[in-house]
Design a binder for this molecule. Structure first.
Ligand code: ZN
Length: 349
């Protein structure tokens, strides 16, 4: 299966602002739970329904049959559990050994809404959730840090707003190619999505998995980017462009966006290791910027791509990076894919 569904990967997460985080309010009694069923229709704000319908119609022909898909949808090889200290909270772990490239979960959103909606509209809209959707929503973590509380009316705290803030994904919407000379109402550029299960996956600055929206199915998919052992935590990266940021800047950004202190394996490593990592990330910034600048011939560009690939590999970063410049991210993704065509499976780990 291709990792590069057209129009999906690069740029999609440019403003990927909100995502799942460790819960401070997790249900301590539930030490291990089954994933929530995710095949029901998403709860969508009315203003987005025509757009989502048009999007699905426009991509209906792209729906290829995939035998593995239904199986993965029905029973993803994942398990939600309550992690103990030091990083207490809900987390998702692999329920069996997983091979690099495997699709781990393909999930419909639970909620789809637009940023900028008034508090009243959002509240009325979430009041209309079905009981099962409400149950899934309220089993997710709530953002509780001072920033979030300051931003709210303290006497009138909206718990669903805190859940959305802690667990939502803001995704760039693809343009709908119309096959006729027609016009849709102005298309929204972004919408926010919340997933009952994927929102529980924790962040890591060296994530084990990548994720991309399959717009033709309206499903977010999570892929293993390296082999993962049974019982190992599953992680994704919440914010793009962390790859070129040193540890302190990453921490600051994650803290201000989601309200948590990153305690991923990289961020909690020794000062020496962090220093080496910061240096590599600085080199990545320089290399990606030089690609963006004019004046490189094809040979030099390939050399620069190779340099980026080596640094990423030294860093232990297996996911496709999002650089500051969308073009560079796309070009690098293509480079990796083309290069992959000449490398036998298993040779490049
Ligand atoms: Zn981190």
């Amino acid at each position: 299966m291709s990792f590069f569904r057209s129009g999906v990967r690069s740029g999609v997460f440019n403003r990927f602002r909100f995502a799942g985080r460790r819960s401070l309010f997790f249900n301590a009694a539930a030490s291990s739970t089954q994933l929530v069923g995710s095949s029901s229709m998403p709860h969508i704000v009315p203003s987005l329904i025509p757009y989502i319908m048009a999007l699905l119609l426009a991509s209906a022909n792209d729906n290829e049959n995939c035998d593995d898909m239904e199986h993965i949808v029905a029973s993803p090889p994942l398990e939600v559990y309550s992690r103990q200290t030091p990083n207490a909270g809900m987390a998702v772990k692999a329920s069996r050994d997983i091979r690099r490239g495997e699709l781990l979960i393909s999930e419909h959103p639970l909620l789809i809404w637009q940023e900028g909606m008034s508090k009243t509209d959002l509240r009325q809209w979430t009041d209309q959730l079905t009981p099962s959707a409400r149950k899934a929503l309220f089993s997710l973590s709530q953002r509780s840090d001072a920033l979030a509380i300051e931003a709210e009316d303290k006497d009138n705290v909206d718990e669903t707003a805190r859940i959305r803030s802690a667990n939502g994904f803001e995704l760039e919407l693809p343009a709908i190619p119309l096959p006729f000379n027609g016009r849709l109402p102005p298309q929204p550029s972004y919408a926010s999505f919340l997933f009952a299960n994927i929102s529980r996956i924790n962040h890591s600055c060296l994530p084990s998995c990548g994720h991309a929206m399959d717009w033709s199915r309206l499903r977010l998919e999570v892929f293993a980017m390296r082999d993962i052992q049974q019982g190992e935590d599953i992680s994704i990266e919440y914010i793009p462009q962390l790859i070129t940021l040193p540890s302190q800047e990453r921490k600051d950004k994650l803290k201000s966006t989601f309200g948590f202190d990153c305690a991923c394996a990289l961020c909690s490593s020794s000062p020496d290791v962090l220093q080496q990592s910061d240096k590599r990330r600085e080199q990545l910034k320089v290399s990606s910027r030089s690609l963006f600048g004019a004046g490189l011939n094809r040979q030099q560009m390939i050399g620069e791509m190779e340099r980026i690939r080596t640094i990423l590999s030294d860093e232990g970063y297996n996911v496709l990076p999002e650089f500051e410049q969308e073009n560079v991210s796309k070009a690098y993704a293509m480079f990796v894919q083309m290069r992959g065509n000449y490398i036998k499976d298993g040779e490049d780990r």
